[in-house]
Write a protein that binds this ligand. Structure first.
Ligand SMILES: NC(=O)c1ccc[n+]([C@@H]2O[C@H](COP(=O)([O-])OP(=O)(O)OC[C@H]3O[C@@H](n4cnc5c(N)ncnc54)[C@H](O)[C@@H]3O)[C@@H](O)[C@H]2O)c1
Length: 322
């Protein structure tokens, strides 16, 4: 039996493919992009290049492989872009997910692991954020993830679909030894590393007047390999009859932007020039997870601290990206 991974050529998906392969799982990937920076996944998975919302491609994939579970990573992921192009986001992240779920239904596939996000909580009413926190997404991107969670709840009740929705905080780091994964400049750590490598002259720090210990935003950074471990545990949980549920995946610790800059300086041994820019619309001052539910129910144990996240990212940038 195989696991279908949508978006398996992307950053988190490719790390999960590697981890599943290490566990001896059979993997099928569908992605619109060839895994240029993650060519190794062609060795670990049967690869279908195309759109996961294309019903005839899905029909081919489900007919040619014995799919037992789906891990659904494929999505558009930019908060700012989602506000400018909402229909594009609703179509890719919600409408196409319905096509995928229908195809699973046709082939009687009953296990689904979904990539959700802490963006569905909106501005925190309390911290750390647990799964009982009210959902109030403030972007179209966050709305699309909440809508899929609602669809999954209905399907779980109506036809016993077993799902786990994993609400990631800020994925970071890399498995540089396998050379997989690629980095988007929209994330803080890659942006800082671009400055270290001289690709950018300085870092812009958006907002220095937040009500935090040094005025900059606090976020929770979780190593992509800890995320990957959680996916394997989520799958095993469903296979062992676990009931459909939602889990936060964060380290449980929050770091300010200035603390991350300092940690990068320590890892790379270089001073990072930065300029203070104004707040960005939609940024909240602090976000970090209460991850006890994933620890208690899934047995998840995130092991990699901020410094390890940064050094893995730094190695990846130096060896794979320069
Ligand atoms: N990176 C983070 O910190 C973070 C945080 C919270 C949630 N997430 C979620 O995790 C998932 C993976 O994120 P990522 O950072 O790896 O993003 P990514 O952009 O690196 O990967 C997404 C992959 O999906 C593919 N894709 C998108 N639409 C497709 C379509 N219609 N058909 C086929 N392939 C398609 C892309 O080609 C890409 O390879 C997303 O669902 C995202 O919303 C990510």
């Amino acid at each position: 039996m195989a696991i279908l991974v949508t978006g398996g050529a992307g950053y988190i998906g490719s790390h999960v493919v590697k981890t599943l392969w290490d566990k001896g799982r059979k993997i099928v990937v569908v992605d619109r992009f060839s895994p240029e920076k993650s060519r190794a996944i062609l060795k670990w998975a049967r690869f279908y290049k195309g759109d996961f919302g294309n019903a005839s491609l899905l029909e081919k994939i489900f007919s040619e492989n014995e799919i037992d579970a789906v891990m659904h990573f494929a999505a558009y992921i930019r908060v700012d872009e989602s506000m400018e192009k909402p229909l594009m986001y609703f179509e890719n992240n919600v409408a196409k997910t319905i096509v995928l779920l229908k195809e699973m239904q046709r082939h009687n596939v009953k296990r689904f692991v979904f990539s959700s996000t802490c963006a569905i909580y909106g501005t925190p009413k309390y911290l750390p954020l647990d799964e009982k926190h009210p959902l109030n997404p403030e972007s179209v991107y966050g709305m699309t993830k909440m809508m899929v969670e609602d669809i999954l709840k209905s399907l779980s009740a109506a036809e016993k679909l077993g799902f786990v929705s994993l609400r990631y905080f800020n994925a970071a780091g890399a498995d540089w030894k396998s050379g997989i994964g690629y980095y988007k400049k929209l994330h803080l750590i890659p942006k800082i590393l671009d400055v270290v490598l001289g690709k950018e002259p300085e870092l812009k720090v958006f907002g220095t007047d937040y009500d935090t210990r040094d005025g900059t935003c606090i976020r929770d950074y979780i190593h992509v390999l800890d995320l990957a471990d959680a996916h394997v545990l989520a799958l095993e949980y469903l296979e062992n009859g676990g009931r459909s549920d939602f889990f936060n995946l964060g380290s449980g610790k929050g770091y300010t932007v200035k603390e991350v800059i300092k940690a990068v300086e320590e890892v790379c041994g270089k001073k990072i020039p930065f300029v203070e820019a104004g707040r960005r619309q939609g940024d909240v001052s602090a976000l970090f997870a209460d991850n006890r539910k994933a620890r208690d129910v899934l047995g998840w144990n995130p092991k990699r601290e901020l410094k390890e996240i940064i050094s893995s990212a730094w190695e990846w940038h130096r060896r794979c990206f320069v």
